[in-house]
Structures are given as C-alpha cells and as structure tokens.
Design a protein around this ligand. Structure first.
Ligand code: PAF
Length: 293
C-alpha cells in the first residue's frame, strides 16, 4: 500500500491505472477505522482493480469544536488496518491541502439536508460533508465510491449530489456492520463506558420493536413510534429524533403502506449515536373474492 498526502502525488500514483482503464474504487473515511470501514474496503477490493482509502477528519462538518477535538485519531493503526483489508493507496491529506488559503466554495443541497442530522448538527454539517465528498471525488476520480448505510441520510445526500452535479461515479451503499449483540459499529463507540455501552443497545432494540410491529401489520406510525420510544425510555434515553420516513427522501410517513426507513439518534452519556433500519411490511394476504352466482 502506498501512502500519499497531496493531490498531485495522488494523481501521479493513479495515472497508470487510469490510463490502463482500471476500475478505481474510493472508500472515504475520517479514520478511526473499525470493522464497518473494513467491510467497505473489502467490498471495494472485491469489485475494483485499485482501492483508494481516504483518511481526512473534515473540520467543516463538525458544528462543535469539542466534538472535532475529541474525534479519535490513530493514523498508524488506520494505515495498518487499511493495508490488511486490501487498500492499494491511503490518501491522508492535511487540512491545508484540502482547504488551501482562499478556499471559498461550498456545495450545498436543499431538501434532504435540513432534517434529522441537519436539524440536530446544524445546516453546516451537510454543507461540510457535501463539499468534502465532492472534492474527494474530484481528487480521486473513482468509478465507484463506497458509503455505509449506517449514515443513511449522508448516503442519500451523496447520491443526490453525484446525480445533480453529473459526477461520473457510482455510489454504492453497503450494509451496516454490527457487534454480535447488534450495536452498530461507530468510531464514537470507543467513548462509551461499559454501562453506556449496555444502554446503547436500546437504539437497535427500538428499531427491532418497530420492525416487529410493522411486520405484524401495524399501519399507524404513532403506535410504532410510541412503542420504540418506550424501549429507549426504559434505558433512560431521550431520542433527538425517532422517525419513520419514506426511504428515498426522508419525508415522514403518515401511514405505513410500503417500505419505511426508521431512524434514531440519541445521546448515550456524552456520546451521540445514530442507527436506522429499512423496514418492509409483510405483503397483505390476498383478499378472497367470491364469484357472483
Ligand atoms: O462518513 C464519514 O466518515 C464522513 O462523513 C465522510 C464521508 C468521510 C466525509 O468526511
């Protein structure tokens, strides 16, 4: 695996592959790699000739300086893990390389970004994500880029910006990786105390209860959400949001008649966690039609 820190070096390194028509895959990360990231790298390895992993803790997507300062950083460990998972190139630019003096462009999407994470973390969050992802796609020029379903809203935003800006990259969204007990992997999990680690399981339990009710035929979102909220409450958690939306545009549903995306965010101790689940109601049994005499 080759490590590069500048865009010029990255492009020089990729040039022979690009000229040879190789399929280039990008896995964008902010480091602190865990099995979720490694599954994206493995997926890229399985379908691409060249795998680039970017590692950049993007300051513009943090609304809270303390959150940025506390974000776990472990570049040597990350490099080892990326190499082990099959990366060919580790691109780890500095902040000055990504945002040189005089930088003045923001990529901002309307719709999709104002709700949920956008509402909780501030409008600047998705502006920061959209701008840095656009830059990374332009820097690397991948055929395909891999994102995790755990950040469901981010995956929708990235897919929309690629479509809107005609960026010739396919966005592949890969399943959330979970611990054996169901906790969604997150770089933030390292901050959980043993007690909070236990309470954090309530997020996926709440999604599971929602799934069970919907699968049993419940059509009323408020009934499903009340039951899911009760699960969080028993763990002493107050959700920042807990919603059932249409999967493609995050509009809350008023009746459950098709697939819905259940999304939850909650602070567990000092640690903010998110999770989601795509829930598809069981098909309705065919109505018996009696033939007229
Ligand atoms: O999901 C992340 O780790 C980040 O939001 C991303 C996509 C690497 C952009 O900084």
């Amino acid at each position: 695996m080759r490590s590069v820190t500048t865009v010029a070096d990255l492009r020089r390194t990729l040039e022979p592959s690009r000229r040879g028509g190789d399929r280039i895959g990008l896995v964008p990360t902010m480091g602190a790699l865990h099995a979720g990231h490694l599954s994206l790298i493995a997926r890229a390895r399985a379908s691409c000739d060249v795998v680039v992993v970017s590692l950049f803790v993007n300051p513009t997507q943090f609304n809270d300086g303390a959150d940025l300062a506390a974000y776990p950083r472990s570049i040597d460990r990350d490099a080892e893990l990326a190499r082990g998972a099959g990366a060919d190139i580790l691109f780890a630019p500095t902040v000055a390389e990504v945002y040189p003096a005089g930088f003045r462009t923001t990529v901002s999407l309307s719709g999709l970004t104002e709700v949920l994470e956008g509402a909780q973390r501030g409008r600047g969050h998705f502006d920061g994500v959209s701008t840095v992802v656009t830059k990374l796609l332009n820097m690397v020029g991948p055929d395909v880029a891999f994102f995790g379903q755990k950040d469901a809203q981010q995956a929708l935003v990235v897919a929309a910006l690629v479509r809107d800006l005609n960026i010739p990259t396919t966005i592949e969204t890969c399943p959330t990786v979970r611990e054996a007990d169901g906790l969604a992997l997150s770089s933030r999990n390292v901050h959980l105390s043993p007690t909070d680690r236990e309470r954090a399981l309530a997020l996926q339990r709440a999604l599971h209860v929602a799934d069970e009710l919907i699968s049993a035929g419940e059509h009323r979102p408020e009934i499903v959400l009340d039951a899911a909220r009760a699960v969080l409450g028993r763990a002493g958690l107050e959700p920042e949001y807990l919603v059932l939306t249409r999967p493609d545009d995050l509009v809350p549903v008023t009746r459950i008649d098709g697939p819905v995306l259940a999304l939850v965010a909650a602070r567990v101790g000092q640690t903010r966690l998110i999770d989601n689940r795509l829930i598809t109601p069981a098909p309705r049994p065919n109505r018996q039609v009696t033939a007229p005499c």
